[in-house]
Design a protein around this ligand. Structure first.
Ligand SMILES: [Zn+2]
Length: 192
């Protein structure tokens, strides 16, 4: 466990403990919202610098972060390594480089995200880069929530791996204790 990273997640309130209703309808005692890290630029920069240290050895020419979650972290990694940085986004469901962003054939690309759960967004960027003639040299993320299952066919670097318990609503021990369930992002922080 990387204690520095854990401390930043807690201090920035990116990592919450309590009783949460997930978008899947299931319940969990933990919730992570990576965007909160960047509410505090000093934490965002520290996190980006740490991730850049892991990515540096792959010598990328360009960092690409899939929107939204990858935008800020890829910027900080790109700034730290002194290389170009851009973001990809979906247009009609298809991952693309828009806004004049482009890569040159043969360029080495690092795909950088905030959280990898299934890794779907990164895989879409990997396919996009292949189509554009680039070479993805690694995937990086702040948090791995895949439990080691994410497989990109290239090295995967992350700062911390987090696995939270997930409960069905009808067999949730927190519900049994009558702890109010909270939708993450709601303003009802007093119940956290
Ligand atoms: Zn519950």
């Amino acid at each position: 466990m990387n204690t520095d990273i854990m401390e930043i997640l807690e201090k920035s309130h990116a990592l919450l403990s309590g009783h949460f209703l997930l978008s899947s309808g299931k319940h969990s005692p933990n919730y992570v919202q990576c965007a909160k890290i960047f509410e505090y630029p000093k934490y965002g920069e520290k996190i980006g610098e740490e991730l850049a240290k892991l990515i540096e050895k792959y010598k990328p020419d360009v960092i690409i972060g899939p929107a939204m979650g990858g935008i800020i972290i890829s910027y900080v990694v790109g700034k730290t390594l002194g290389v170009r940085n851009m973001f990809s986004e979906r247009e009609n469901g298809i991952m693309k480089l828009r806004r004049g962003f482009s890569i040159n054939a043969g360029e080495k690309i690092a795909v950088v995200e905030d959280v990898v759960t299934t890794g779907g967004s990164s895989k879409e960027v990997i396919e996009l880069v292949k189509e554009l003639g680039g070479e993805v040299v690694c995937v990086g993320s702040i948090i791995d929530r895949s439990g080691g299952k994410a497989d990109f066919g290239v090295p995967f670097e992350y700062l911390i791996s987090l696995n939270f318990p997930i409960y069905e609503p009808d067999s949730c021990p927190l519900c049994e204790k009558n702890i109010p369930v909270v939708k993450p992002g709601s303003r009802n922080k007093n119940t956290l």
